[in-house]
Design a binder for this molecule. Sequence first.
Ligand code: ATP
Ligand code: MG
Length: 557
Amino acid sequence: MTDNTSPSNFLQTIIREDLEEGRVDKLVTRFPPEPNGYLHLGHAKSISVNFGLAESFGGVCHLRFDDTNPEKESQEYIESIQDDVRWLGYQWHGEVRFASSYFQQFYDWAIDLVEQGNAYVCDLTAEEAREYRGTLTAPGKNSPFRDRSIEENIDLLARMKAAEFAEGSRVLRAKIDMASPNMNLRDPIIYRIRKVAHHQTGEDWCIYPTYDFAHGQEDAIEGVTHSICTLEFEDHRPLYDWFIEHLPVPSRPRQYEFGRLNPSYTITSKRKLKQLVDQAIVSAWDDPRMPTISGMRRRGYTPRAIRKFCDMVGTTRGDGVVDVAMLEHAIRDDLNENAPRAMCVINPLKLVMTNYPEGQVEQLTVAAHPSRAELGDRTLPFTREIMIDREDFREQANKKFKRLVLGKRVRLRNAYVIEADSVERDDSGEICAVHCRVIEGTLGENPDDGVKPKGVVHWVSASEGVAVELRLYDRLFTHEAPDKGGEEFMEHLNPESLVVKKDCLVEPGLVQAEPEQIFQFEREGYFVADRYDHSVEHPVFNKTIGLRDTWTRTGNQ
Ligand code: ATP
Ligand code: MG
């Protein structure tokens, strides 16, 4: 792992022993996504496991697209997956690989199985095949086509490939054991007729290998030593081993399974995430509320925080749920240390400093970060009229309210102590301004008269500040396990997962923020300049996360 000080997980132990005892000369792992969607947090875990192991044991990790399912795959997904892996900070060994570039080899191996008498062409309909397959408690029955001669099978397979038969009319099956307690060994399908073009091989093929037939052989072709996958493939391992034993493959990969990452309040299924996109519940795969890597990126998550989280949750053979608060903790920690500070007023209320000259602009120099001097300084203009948040002012309040109260004092963050004298109301009776006084000599000092301010509030100059759009994001689901235990995830959408606020005011220096630059808006949370929509003319910041966890304390927001 990236963190070499943490105790070994079971995969590290296995690999260390394989290397020490000479079973393996050099570790080769791979990350094998199917390009049928954008990568999500679960994939980030798999990426960090595979690339992380290669890094820490001096091995290499391949990126291979498991593209045996052309209908659901696309070039868009292929590109986004590569971007995501690179953004997480990993580089695959050599070229990007594709299962589809081995299609001829797979076909040749299918012929080998037929010639050995270990595969046959079956004409059962899908429904009949299901009946013949048996159940978990009852053995299956042999297909009536199981004993076709090798010659007939060779002829039929060639004609399947030559597009002579309709889709669904015939399949090629491995001849293993219809009575096996492991359903995967009950003569599994290894080739289907599918008359669709493929994004890599075009019209070359009208029969495609199944994932199960392709997967282990892909690893064998590439010399992958440790095929690491998630637990749902444990029952497939005997089948993968069977293929490897029966085929003249160049190497023998070994498969090891670990538990899927299952974060609370989150969905990690490409199919369901695609549903959110297709039904326009979110704007796209990279909507900042999506648990996709590109969504988290747009939300302001950093590769460092995601990798840290993947380390923190560990790699085990258990399939437990991980509290998503751990991920939020990781990003808060990272940004607390690394994000420059800035001020932004979300619900502006005007304060007029009656004893401060009109037109005067005082440039205050303040640190970008309270403990990181190397991040430099920023300039904050102070003026007669400033904005604070409406919630930071009350006409009357008890002692618990540590902000501005009429007749009382407060410290303006990085600036003066002020005192509120009177309020100004509009026609509807709502307060539209508060008249205040600057207490002289209080820049970085307490007032001479000994009357200390009650608290600190953030502010922005009304005349020098810049209006911005804030997109306040929150968790997409209000349910801890939105798609588990029969829950219908669409029923658990958080109606407040996105609140857009226009005309918020930020300190003027933020106009220069580059897209994807992240700040702590003091007292409000962490915000990132939107990767696509932010510009000098129209600044847009996305809320990454609040300063504190408001979910665990209240059970909800
Ligand atoms: P999904 O269920 O979202 O479609 P998948 O497993 O079908 O995911 P693949 O493209 O086949 O997606 O996954 C590539 C790799 O990522 C596989 O090795 C898979 O085991 C791993 N992976 C997918 N989801 C998770 C997860 N939640 N935790 C850990 N690894 C995962
Ligand atoms: Mg899969």
